[in-house]
Design a protein around this ligand. Structure first.
Ligand code: GLU
Ligand code: ZN
Length: 551
């Protein structure tokens, strides 16, 4: 009995060679400088902001080099798989217009290097594992969970390195006959890689973010195929897929950096070059004086659904990530206002290499405010309408009922040199303009300021609407009338004048306009009052004022 017999016993149905697959997936015919990248998420039901950042960088690297960006579904850990989550990932990419050149979706394969769903590549992995068994570089391990736990405990007690390596790798030394009879007796097993590394030796590794770092060789006989579903582990699937799909650059979270020695050993075993690696820093968040990892459990902003539900424009989310990805992005963007992020030359060296990357939602809010302020009223209307269809039915109805009116509202202090920047995201808008719609106007917490006397308020409002309001007035005329109103009622029409003669007046024109503003909107601070009055129109204004006469 020999390795060949063992390999045939384990994989009786596998009869192709690894050469077969190498021929089936030939080198890509691309320019020397073209980068082949992939987004390889695990469908676990949650698209983390960090995952999205990875996708974005992969996409940029491929698009800016005439390369290929493909999407690969890494579903070999079936226990973590959540139904429908791959659809969600595809949705997010679509929404942000990050379109893979090659992918597999709803049984439709686009690209010549598929299947692009790992669970459909079982035969390919088995072919590679079978080959490793044949050349004596992989073996079945029959250790039970309990045995492995005990081993770990012992190693901890003896202050030894934890793991399955060297003399700790018991099943390494089983004879072929033992292995075969164990398998025939139905004893469950995993397949392990037989490492020939030496943990005392180090090698230089060039990470494109960190530069050259020294790493210890791998000597762990890590698991490459699991026992229950016979699917490969991440390590092995990474090697096979990125090898056969000719990935040139792997962008992934820095949590994978410690696995690099394992991956390098796999590539070396097959006498092939490993891809270049870009390990990106963890996204951190400030909490008090400390920085901590953005957490899926604690931080809503860790999930991409947060941005969608809140209605952040996709461009703003991308911009804010770009400022984290490369520290010089912001300056570049300020100097190249009409360019898009794909025009920017991304450089992994300019990523913060150690200590993580600070993610600050306020930064996004700022970028988003600016972005929204530059949209035309019509464009904003369309975007908000689109968002509201999914997230705010009440708003959707109003927007559809009053398109022209709403566009006028959106156009208050917009489409001008220094537009107003009061909308952070689409979900923010309704609250800020609710007073413009009778349907949303809830006359409750009026924020009256200096003038609170009911009789006085009534007098101001009545005089104003009866004598001075005219929808056709231009801004100067309107303001002059406000002055006349102030003087008529004993208020200074000029603030300076008022401050010099405090006891001569009941107050000033500012107090008068506050009364009008608050009566109309309940709020002390709003956009331009003249515009609001003009858009609301006499009927609405009257109705809002009447509340004060009738009580
Ligand atoms: N499936 C892995 C993850 O989601 C991908 C890591 C990689 O890009 O290689 O973390
Ligand atoms: Zn074992």
């Amino acid at each position: 009995m020999n390795n060949i017999d063992l390999s045939n016993l384990i994989f009786p149905d596998i009869n192709k060679s690894i050469e077969y697959y190498k021929d089936m997936y030939p080198s890509r015919n691309l320019d020397e400088s073209a980068k082949v990248t992939r987004f390889a998420p695990s469908p676990t039901g949650f698209v983390h902001l960090g995952n999205f950042e990875t996708a974005l960088i992969n996409y940029i690297l491929a698009k800016t080099s005439n390369g290929i960006f493909y999407l690969r579904c890494e579903d070999t850990d079936q226990s973590r798989k959540v139904d429908g989550s791959f659809d969600k990932i595809v949705d997010v990419l679509n929404k942000y217009n990050i379109k893979p050149d090659e992918y597999e979706f709803n049984n439709n394969i686009v690209g010549n290097y598929g299947p692009y769903i790992q669970s459909k590549r079982r035969e390919i992995y088995h072919t590679f594992i079978k080959y490793l068994i044949q050349i004596g570089k992989a073996y079945p391990c029959f250790c039970t969970k309990e045995q492995l736990n005990n081993k770990r405990k012992k190693q901890e007690q003896n202050k030894e390195r934890i793991g399955y390596y060297g003399r700790h790798a018991n099943c390494r030394n089983l004879s072929i006959d033992e292995q075969i009879s164990n398998i025939k007796n139905g004893i469950p097993y995993v397949i392990r890689f037989k490492s020939s590394g030496d943990n005392n030796k180090r090698f230089d590794f060039n990470d494109l973010v960190r530069g050259i770092i020294s790493l210890p060789e791998n000597d762990q006989d890590f698991v490459i195929m699991k026992s229950n579903d016979r699917l490969p582990t991440y390590h092995f699937a990474h090697f096979v897929d990125d090898y056969l799909m000719h990935t040139t650059h792997v962008v992934r979270g820095e949590e994978w950096l410690s696995s690099v020695p394992i991956h390098i050993e796999l590539f070396q075993t097959f006498n092939t070059k490993h891809p270049k690696y870009i390990h990106i820093p963890l996204l951190l968040k400030k909490e008090g004086n400390n920085l901590r990892k953005i957490s899926k459990r604690k931080d809503p902003e860790a999930s991409m659904t947060f941005y969608e539900e809140k209605g952040y424009p996709t461009q703003a989310v991308i911009e804010s990530l770009m400022t984290i990805i490369n520290s010089n992005y912001e300056t570049w963007h300020d100097n190249n206002k009409d360019k898009i992020y794909l025009d920017f030359i991304f450089s992994p060296k300019k990523m913060s290499a150690t200590g993580g990357a600070l993610y600050d939602i306020e930064k996004l809010n700022n970028i988003s405010k600016n972005y929204i302020s530059k949209l035309s009223a019509k464009e904003l209307y369309n975007r908000v309408l689109n968002w509201s269809k999914k997230y705010d039915k009440e708003l959707e109805l109003l927007l559809k009922k009053y398109p022209e009116y709403t566009i006028k509202i959106f156009n208050i202090e917009r489409e001008q040199k220094n537009p107003r920047k009061d909308f952070i995201c689409f979900s923010d808008i309704k609250n800020q303009i609710c007073y413009m719609y009778d349907e949303l106007f809830k006359e409750k917490n009026y924020e009256f300021d200096k003038i609170t006397d009911h009789k006085e308020i009534e007098k101001i409002l009545k005089t104003y609407i009866d004598k001075y309001y005219d929808i056709n007035d231009d801004k100067d005329t309107w303001f002059n009338k406000l002055k006349l109103l102030s003087e008529e009622l004993g208020y200074a029409s000029n603030i300076k004048e008022y401050k010099l003669n405090l006891d001569k007046y009941k107050g000033s024109i500012a107090d008068i306009s506050t009364v009008i503003r608050v009566a109309l909107t309940t709020k002390k601070i709003t956009p331009d009052l003249y515009e609001i009055l003009k858009i609301l129109g006499k009927e609405r204004i009257k109705k809002r004022f009447e509340v004060f006469y009738l009580n």
